[in-house]
Design a protein around this ligand. Structure first.
Ligand code: DX5
Ligand code: ZN
Length: 231
């Protein structure tokens, strides 16, 4: 975690693009490059058209790292699974606005399991749909691709939502953090940081090719430089 000015920028390597047979090793490599949160993408084949992993993998990751595990649930009926993810060792749990009929209840359920609660919005979902929960969430995750797959192209219009979240937080004195997920790489990281994103999820840019330690370090360096330019 690097504190620059008033803002803390964190890199959250997404294991979606890691080698699942060498997960512990890949997580350690990304951490030594400066990753401070491990982003875990949970997909159910219904809410998104892909399947990934569940609580057993979170339990194994818990033994492999001391870093917070940020579980991004891209699943329907998240209430049914939140207790199990928390028991497996998740520290942060985020759920999609689009998947929750009772968003307020689900966010409180996450917090009742001593996890930080995040709410996620897809690229087509406006920030205003979150107005009634912004005072209770610990973080807001703005999807900058349509969820389901790694290595997709960044959608630039999502930056307006990051800016809007920054403005709303200042206006209303809320204290959520702002996370962004999808297409974050050396060519996009500066603009997302300048827009106000603080927790940067990156899968392909860290684990896609080359050395995850070097990739993470390079990305974090670019993010911190962009943050300094802001001040
Ligand atoms: C996509 C996932 C992302 C994914 C991002 O649905 O939520 O966390 O890993 O991957 P990249 O960084 O490759 O776009
Ligand atoms: Zn994700």
């Amino acid at each position: 975690m690097l504190r620059t000015g008033t803002q803390v920028i964190e890199l959250a390597p997404s294991i979606l693009s890691a080698d699942f047979a060498r997960l512990g090793e890949h997580v350690a490599a990304a951490a030594s490059g400066g990753g401070t949160v491990i982003h875990v993408d949970v997909m159910d084949g219904h809410f998104v058209p892909n399947l990934t992993l569940g609580p057993p993998v979170v339990r194994s990751l818990r033994k492999a790292t001391d870093l917070p595990l940020d579980c991004h649930l891209m699943i329907e009926n998240p209430d049914e699974y939140i207790p199990e993810f928390a028991a497996a060792g998740a520290n942060w749990i985020s759920i999609h606005q689009e998947a929750c009929r009772h968003l307020d209840r689900t966010l409180h359920l996450i917090q009742s399991h001593d996890c930080l609660a995040g709410v996620v919005i897809n690229p087509a979902t406006p920030v205003d749909t979150l107005k009634e929960v912004l005072s209770i969430v610990d973080y807001v995750l703005v999807m900058s691709v349509n969820p389901g797959f790694g290595a997709q192209k960044f959608i630039p219009t999502t930056l307006n939502k990051v800016r809007r979240l920054v403005d709303l937080r200042a206006e209303k004195d809320f204290d959520y953090r702002i996370e962004i997920d999808g297409g974050i790489a050396l060519d996009t990281v500066a603009e997302v940081v300048r827009a106000g994103a603080e927790i940067l999820v990156a899968g392909n840019a860290v684990f896609g090719q080359g050395d995850p330690t070097k990739n993470a370090a390079q990305l974090l360096k670019a993010a911190v430089e962009a943050n300094l330019q802001k001040v």
